[in-house]
Write a protein that binds this ligand. Structure first.
Ligand code: NAD
Length: 539
């Protein structure tokens, strides 16, 4: 195929994103209730590691708890050590020799089987997320849908990428194609416990790499479901290995191992930057420099212009700031309001916060549930103390008696936030919003861009000129105009940031898989005529 004929990655055929469940339908609600009951009946399970297709128990274990009811234990999960990490890498390394030779269409079929099984088990997977990560029904359901989308989309992308690019001249044949890199350590966060883990894992598998999967401690049971589904899809032993454990132990062992070729990480800036530094160090006998794909945090702002539709802006900021208790990397944690409408916006926003219902994640009527664990609960409360000292509290939602049961923190909003204060600069990762006043649009963009992050941003305005300015002057990876800033969809809104928010390219986008591949050029001099007889013919 000539260069002109090769479809540009951006021209990939459209695919239909997996529809979200409509919980206004009684049948869907019944299915979800039944799934929650079935999952509850399984509480107490023990989850092993999986190395080379074999279940492995460990001396140390993690305990999985329900953040909505902190005394409730879901089960225990084996916690790997450095030796087991080495065994898993060895298994993945050996499996790579065969897996890399499996045809792209065959690999894509495995991944489509994973998607199909996720569809079959959709409510069950969402129910585990409700219990293990405190995700409300709708968000847990969207998480499963996104995981399915990653499978279908990356399988489709890889089918396109396998097409060899030919650049031929008289007497010279040039081909350009991709090879897999090798063992991939997937290190995932807890906040999109199935979607992000699945996205990084199937990207590696589709491109012909083998995987050691290290989920977040707080989401290890859900992660084990992906391992089960991969096994049921028939993935050969060693192609996908499951290695739960602590970041400090097993995460570090994976990052430092010389046979790991790709580290696909999503998580905090602190850990991401550390991994990036460590991966750059090479050993004398190491064969390749590690490729690091790191998606990190954000301190995302929404600007509300003076002519914005305030109904839209208030509800969009509310949803962006407090969906999943502010625990999305895309969440809005700063709202920058133009001076002429500042007072009106603040008054209406404070009133809107009153309407938020907080409660256990299994309750279908809630807007948001608990934060993930005790550490997060303490960290966010420490920030609230800082905010109360440095800024002016506008909304201080009280979780009431819920706070005794689980890790609940009500919505908090601060005004009079100084641009360089910790409330304005640090990623708090909880239901905490800073409101800032801008003199004019120049000032608004200055404030919005004044962070080390560049992940998501939003702009509410009715002025075409100002909307155009936002496109040019608001420096974020994903910019949303006149809508909320969370809920990116695979292919429609490829997702990821830059500056200190990420060093990879966008997940769910046309370039994502390239990071998992090595481009190779082969040039042959075709002037030479006549071939040596091959050995079969000789026999
Ligand atoms: P985290 O950085 O604490 O942990 C992420 C993963 O890294 C976990 O599996 C953890 O066990 C592992 N880890 C921790 N310490 C390690 C170490 N020393 N060596 C190797 N691995 C280690 O993040 P988290 O709390 O799980 O997730 C929340 C963070 O993730 C937020 O900052 C959020 O913004 C970010 N995030 C970013 C995106 C994105 O696409 N940009 C998406 C989701 C979450």
């Amino acid at each position: 195929m000539s260069q002109e004929e090769r479809p540009k990655s951006i021209d990939l055929p459209r695919f239909e994103n997996e529809p979200h469940t409509d919980f206004s339908r009684g049948e869907a609600r019944d299915d979800m209730k039944q799934a929650l009951q079935n999952v509850r009946d399984q509480f107490g399970i023990d989850v092993p590691l999986v190395i080379n297709g074999k279940a492995v128990d460990t001396r140390a274990h993690l305990t999985s708890r329900n953040p909505s009811r902190k005394l409730e234990t879901l089960g225990t999960v084996a916690s790997a050590n450095a030796d087991q990490a080495a065994q898993a890498i060895d298994a993945a390394h050996r499996a790579f020799a065969q897996w890399r030779k499996v045809s792209v269409s065959h690999r894509a079929e495995y991944i489509e089987l994973i998607a199909a099984e996720m569809r079959n088990r959709r409510f069950e997977l969402a129910a585990w997320m409700v219990f293990e990560c405190g995700k409300p029904w709708k968000e847990a359901d969207a998480d499963v849908a996104e995981a399915i989308d990653f499978c279908v989309y990356y399988a489709m992308c890889m089918r396109e990428l396998q097409k060899t690019l030919e650049m031929n001249y008289p007497g010279e044949q040039n081909s350009y194609f991709y090879r897999p890199r090798g063992v991939t350590a997937v290190i995932a966060p807890w906040n999109f416990p199935l979607a992000i883990l699945t996205g990084m894992t199937v990207a590696a598998l589709a491109t012909g790499n083998t995987v050691v999967m290290k989920p977040a401690e707080q989401a290890s049971i859900i992660a084990s479901k992906l391992m089960d589904i991969g096994r049921d899809a028939g993935l050969p032993h060693g192609v996908l290995n499951f290695l739960p454990g602590t970041g400090e132990d097993v995460g570090q062992a994976l990052v430092r191992h010389r046979d790991v070729k790709i580290i696909a990480f999503t998580g905090s800036q602190k850990v991401g930057l550390m991994i990036n530094r460590q991966a750059a160090q090479t050993e004398e006998n190491q064969l390749a420099v590690k490729k690091v794909i790191a998606e990190m945090g954000g301190k995302n702002a929404i600007i509300v212009d003076e002519d914005a539709d305030l109904d839209d802006a208030v509800s969009g900021v509310l949803k962006s700031a407090f969906g999943y208790a502010g625990q999305k990397c895309s969440a809005c944690s700063r709202v920058i309001v133009m001076n002429p409408i500042y007072d009106t916006f603040v008054e209406r926003f404070a009133a809107a916060c009153e309407s938020l219902r907080i409660g256990p994640a299994e309750d279908p009527g809630i807007d948001f549930g608990p934060v993930i664990d005790e550490e997060a609960f303490k960290r966010i409360n420490d920030y609230l103390a800082v905010g109360n000292e440095e800024c002016e509290p506008l909304v201080a939602g009280d979780a009431g008696s819920l706070a005794k049961e689980g890790y609940f923190i009500g919505p908090h909003v601060f005004t009079n936030v100084e641009q360089d204060s910790r409330i304005a600069q640090d990623e708090i990762f909880g239901p905490v919003l800073a409101v800032m006043k801008a003199r004019d649009l120049d000032d608004a963009f200055l404030l919005a861009n004044r962070t080390r992050y560049a992940l998501t941003g939003g702009f509410y305005s009715r002025s075409p000129k100002n909307l155009h300015r936002a496109r040019e002057e608001f420096f974020v990876g994903n910019l949303y105009l006149n809508r909320n800033i969370t809920g990116a969809l695979v292919q429609r809104q490829p997702f990821g940031g830059y500056r200190m928010s990420g060093i990879g390219t966008k997940a769910g986008g046309p370039d994502y898989l390239l990071q998992y591949l090595l481009p190779v050029t082969v040039t042959e001099n075709t002037m030479r005529r006549g071939f040596a007889p091959n050995s079969d013919e000789e026999d």
